[in-house]
Design a protein around this ligand. Structure first.
Ligand code: 0RA
Length: 636
């Protein structure tokens, strides 16, 4: 067999490989929506990060171009440019052969968990074109691909330079990713996390379309991360930081208490966020609770027959970053999006590292330790008192203040199947009145809200109790507040925010989401919080009236309309009559509900901070990115 012959066979195999990626993209990148398209970026960035973790380079730059393509550049050693035994250049092999480049397979730690790490060839297969430019050995070399991985121009020298590094630019294929754009927010937030976890690496993200740019560089890694999250809070002490290796698993933790009531845990496995937690988080919580209970007993804060401090109590006001490094043979991910660590060994490792280091810290820092233990003890007592008060109300004892608070405003649902019941929080008394008069009385309850809602960013449970509007919401839902909140006790399976489709309406949405995020977070985690979407327009034709969701839909519909028609723009819910409001926005058969999902708990609160400012643009983008546009009524 001639050399030429093997080359051809090799080429056919490669094209078949790339073809397989195009046929089943979901198998390689999870999905072909916005999320999947961003996986392409993570794939390429992970390669640069791998190079930096190996000790080469300290800089990554990402450019979002106007034409929808994206560039990822690093200052590592550069992809090797020699000939591969197949007769092709190494870059051609790396970017066209599935799982090419032993570097990616043999690394002790795979940077990525779950879906990433499948490499540049997958990205190439799913791109209209891809260019790779390499600075190495005093030369600038370039190779170009098109049509999902076909070589357009083989590797050639295009210049000279003493620099080293790799620059990859690609345009995701429009046939595979429909109506998708890269998001500056999504990319910069993830790069900020990477910058925190890597320490002393500079990562820049530039959006050439909207002229946005950020640059991240943190010297103190996870300690800086905790300081960043707590930036607008009042910390009770310096960040506690410890790191240690146990049974092949590296554990690093940074934690800090603030005087707030919120807990926030963010965890990472091999530098990738585990959004749904898992065994490492469980281990941390167990070790933390044990360390504080032991300390409280040894120092007589908890006496003889006192019950232990609960996990919620010792985590009140605590911000934590957990970063673990797990060798590949122990890696196990769970859940649909593979965002949950399964590895059982991680639980034990994190628990014992946490317990031992905290025990030591508490003994060495008596004043801080007692301060935190007392805070936890207060939380425990408040929780017990709230539970007793609720039980009394339920047993008909005590003054039923809650009923009185609610009687005037809430129109209850008559049905007793709570999971099926829905609470509408409606902007304004007039729309509230319409909704009360025309609804499904068995399952739909209406609570009109007057005016602006309190900004809860820094509110305490006491502030909520002192606020008429939010107290009504709390009592209507009836499942408690803060650490005491139990979604299983909710009087409603769905809580639906219904506001005007204008700036004030979206402001009210954000304020309410902030309230739920801070005081009833499980309601969001359980997917029980929704936003109603009233139509923006109606069109009247000779055939009757129809309703149009938004401008895009209006433009589409106008194209197909013949003859005379009249367009009306609804400025608010109040402009619809009661029946219109019901049929378009409340009727489960017709309505479109947006489920609120806070996939990114850490940054959600940060974003809420941004959103409370005067700028409308980030607020709009936040809603677009954080509200999951699933048609809820497909779930019925
Ligand atoms: C294979 C081998 C070596 C480096 C790389 C790949 C490499 C790949 C990428 C992808 C993006 N940036 C990158 N930087 C490096 C090691 C080469 C050597 O031994 O010098």
């Amino acid at each position: 067999m001639t050399k030429n012959n093997t080359y051809d066979e090799h080429s056919i195999k490669i094209l078949e490989g790339l073809e397989a990626v195009r046929k089943r993209p979901g198998m390689y990148i999870g999905s072909t929506d916005k999320r999947g398209m961003h996986h392409l970026v993570w794939e390429i960035v992970d390669n640069s990060i791998d190079e930096i973790i190996n000790g080469f380079g300290n800089y990554i730059k990402i450019l979002l171009h106007k034409d929808g393509s994206i560039t990822i550049a690093d200052n590592g050693r550069g992809v090797p440019i020699g000939m591969h035994e197949s007769g092709k250049s190494t870059p051609e092999v790396i970017y066209t052969v599935l799982h090419a480049g032993g570097k990616f397979e043999n690394a002790g730690y795979k940077v990525s968990g779950g879906l990433h790490g499948v490499g540049g060839s997958v990205v190439n297969a799913l791109s209209d074109w891809m260019d790779v430019t390499i600075y190495r050995e005093g030369k600038i070399s370039q190779i170009k691909f098109h049509n999902g991985g076909e070589v357009l121009s083989p590797l050639k020298t295009v210049g000279e330079s003493k620099k080293t590094g790799t620059i990859v630019t690609f345009l995701p294929s429009k046939d595979i990713f429909k109506n998708c754009n890269f998001s500056f927010t999504t990319i910069s937030e993830r790069m900020q996390e990477s910058a925190f976890l890597l320490s002393n690496v500079t990562i820049e993200v530039i959006d050439e379309e909207d002229n946005l740019a950020v640059k991240y560089h943190y010297e103190d890694g996870v300690v800086s991360f905790v300081q960043y999250i707590n930036e607008n809070k009042n910390p009770l002490h310096n960040v506690i930081h410890f790191a240690s290796k146990k049974n092949e698993i590296e554990v690093e933790i940074a934690m800090q208490y603030t005087d707030s009531y919120n807990e926030q845990i963010l965890s990472f496995v091999n530098n990738v966020k585990t959004g749904d937690g898992g065994s490492h988080e469980v281990g941390f919580k167990t070790g933390l609770t044990k360390a504080f209970n032991d300390y409280a007993k040894a120092n007589n804060v908890l006496k003889g027959k006192d019950t232990n401090l609960g996990g919620d109590d010792v985590r009140e006001g605590l911000t934590t970053i957990i970063s673990v490094k797990i060798p590949e043979h122990l890696l196990q991910f769970e859940g649909q999006t593979k965002g949950k660590l399964g590895t059982p060994e991680a639980r034990n490792a994190v628990e014992s590292v946490t317990y031992e280091n905290l025990k030591f810290f508490l003994e060495e820092n008596k004043e801080i330790a007692l301060n935190i233990v007392e805070k936890a003890q207060k939380s425990k007592m408040a929780r017990e008192a709230a539970r007793k008060a609720r039980e009394q109300v339920r047993q008909g004892k005590g003054k039923n203040n809650k009923e009185r608070v609610l009687s005037e405003k809430l129109a209850k649902a008559t049905g007793k199947n709570y999971a099926l019941n829905e609470l509408f929080l409606v902007e304004g008394d007039s729309a509230g009145g319409s909704a009360k008069s025309y609804r499904n009385r068995e399952t739909q309850a209406i609570l009109p809200l007057r005016g602006k809602v309190l900004n809860c960013e820094k509110a305490s449970t006491h502030d909520i109790e002192a606020n008429a509007e939010l107290k009504q919401i709390e009592y209507a839902i009836g499942a408690g507040l803060g650490a005491d909140f139990d979604f299983a006790e909710s009087n409603y399976g769905k809580v639906i925010i219904m506001t005007d489709a204008d700036v004030d309406g979206s402001h009210i949405q954000i304020l309410l989401i902030t309230f739920f995020y801070r005081f009833m977070r499980p309601l969001i985690e359980q997917g029980m919080l929704y936003i109603a979407t009233p139509p923006l327009y109606s069109i009247e034709t000779s055939k009757g009236k129809e309703y149009i969701a938004d401008d895009d839909e209006l433009n589409e519909r106008k194209k197909t309309l013949k003859g005379q028609f009249k367009v009306q723009r609804f400025k608010g819910l109040g402009e619809m009559d009661a029946e219109e409001l019901y049929t378009t926005t409340m009727d489960p058969a017709n309505r479109r509900l947006l489920r609120v999902n806070l996939s990114d708990a850490a940054l959600a609160e940060k974003r809420i901070h941004t959103l409370m400012g005067d700028e409308v643009t980030p607020r709009k983008e936040w809603i677009n990115e954080n509200v999951d546009f699933t048609l809820e009524d497909d779930f019925r």
